[in-house]
Design a protein around this ligand. Structure first.
Ligand SMILES: Cc1[nH+]cc(COP(=O)(O)O)c(/C=N/[C@@H](CC(=O)O)C(=O)O)c1O
Length: 398
């Protein structure tokens, strides 16, 4: 009966977690999946989350179905984080926002919506991008193409090629963009480059779909949302998927959001309704526990302030690991530049190691990176960084 079913080869990122767990090497280091570990190598429970959890636990309350769009406070939290607390579009009711099952759920609902209401549209992703971008949109029968992005020769961006490519696209084609902390390269556009990209989007009447999963890990909450807010200022239609997995350290609670910025209140109502309809036919409604944590942290002024401080502490620790690894490697390999480590932004660094070198790090040292050479810098700490640097020197010497 099920012989026709293909074997699943496994996910290049999530599959690393199982391999890492099974590895008996006492020195193993997990630099694979994009999660934040603290200086002790532990996944933190943020203080603001602990407070929210205590409020949820006492008094304990029933767990009814949430609305298809999730809790109003979760949705409000997404909107204010993405667009700014006093954004005019929020006061004017021009943003349709739903709470989703993580950023992945936001992308899935968005992809289904595009397939249903913009059936002629193709979706273009950066080359390279987070692999699940392609799988999610293709899984919703949206044809996916790639736009030039990372320049392996320079470690920068093929900006002119990218713009020239955008200028060949058709009205309503979708561009899946990383507003900050590009995954997997860590190489972000400058504000001037974003302005040029948004001008082309406006001229070609393309649909920007911005996926922000690491807000606060780049520069700061507002700067990381520059591209989002500039698109709003230009009056562009805009999709934004956001994730609280990393910046609330709530990975397994599956909390995120999907927002669609619309030109009129009537269109906002239409879009909001169809987002609800799409949710209903995929997973019906989002999980309540994580939604309540988001609602409490985002809407309690003191907890929100504490949260921002905790995110910046995570950001700064990652930046310190970038600086440290760069200096240790440059000391061990004089004459070779590792500037990319501090030039790149957010949780990931694109090391440029070959698949063979990545495999050697794993087999010989128990150091896990994604096969495309992406390193999750948040997995480094002062205990393991010399071990990782020595291992990188070893595999780089051949
Ligand atoms: C760019 C991006 N968008 C969305 C997501 C999904 O977020 P979530 O809220 O967990 O559904 C991730 C997760 N990325 C990390 C984990 C994964 O691959 O699922 C990663 O790149 O390691 C992203 O890196």
């Amino acid at each position: 009966m099920f012989e026709r079913i293909d074997y699943y080869a496994g996910d290049p990122i999530l599959g690393l977690m199982d391999k890492f767990a099974a590895d008996n090497n006492p020195d193993k280091v997990n630099l694979g999946v994009g999660v934040y570990y603290d200086e002790d190598g532990k996944m933190p429970v943020l203080e603001c989350v602990k407070t929210a959890e205590q409020r949820i636990a006492d008094p304990i309350s029933p767990r009814p179905y949430l609305p298809m769009a999730g809790l109003p406070g979760h949705r409000k939290g997404c909107q204010e984080l993405l667009f700014g607390k006093d954004a005019q579009i929020l006061q004017d009711g021009l943003v349709a926002t739903i709470a989703t099952i993580g950023g992945s759920g936001a992308l899935k609902v968005g992809a289904e919506f595009i397939h249903e209401w913009f059936p002629q549209s193709k979706c273009y992703v950066s080359d390279p991008t987070w692999g699940n971008h392609i799988a999610i949109f293709e899984g919703s029968d949206v044809e996916v193409g790639k736009y030039p992005y990372y320049d392996t020769a320079t470690g920068g961006i093929k900006f002119d090629e990218m713009i020239a490519f955008f200028e060949t696209l058709n009205k309503d084609d979708v561009l899946l963009l990383h507003p900050c902390c590009h995954n997997p390269t860590g190489v972000d556009l400058t504000r001037e480059q974003w302005d040029q990209v948004l001008n082309v989007i406006q001229a070609r009447e393309l649909i920007p779909f911005m996926d922000i999963a690491y807000q606060g890990f780049g520069e700061d909450m507002d700067s990381d949302a520059y591209a989002i807010r500039k698109a709003v200022d230009m009056g562009l239609p805009l999709f934004v998927s956001n994730s609280f997995s990393k910046n609330l350290s709530l990975y397994g609670e599956r909390v995120g959001g999907l927002s669609v910025v619309c030109p009129t209140v009537d269109e906002t109502d239409r879009v909001f309704g169809q987002l609800n309809s799409t949710v209903r036919r995929i997973y019906s409604s989002p999980p309540s526990h994580g939604g309540r944590v988001v609602d409490i942290v985002m809407n309690d002024e003191a907890l929100h302030e504490q949260w921002v401080g905790e995110v910046y502490a995570m950001r700064d620790r990652i930046k310190s690991m970038r600086t440290k690894l760069k200096s240790v490697l440059e000391e061990k390999i004089p004459g070779r530049s590792f500037d990319y480590l501090t030039a790149q932004n957010g949780m990931f660094s694109f090391t440029g190691l070959t698949p063979e070198q990545v495999a050697q790090l794993q087999s010989k040292y128990g150091i896990y990176m994604v096969s495309n050479s992406r390193m999750c810098v948040a997995g480094l700490n002062s205990t393991n960084i010399d071990y990782v640097a020595n291992a990188m020197v070893d595999v780089l010497k051949d």
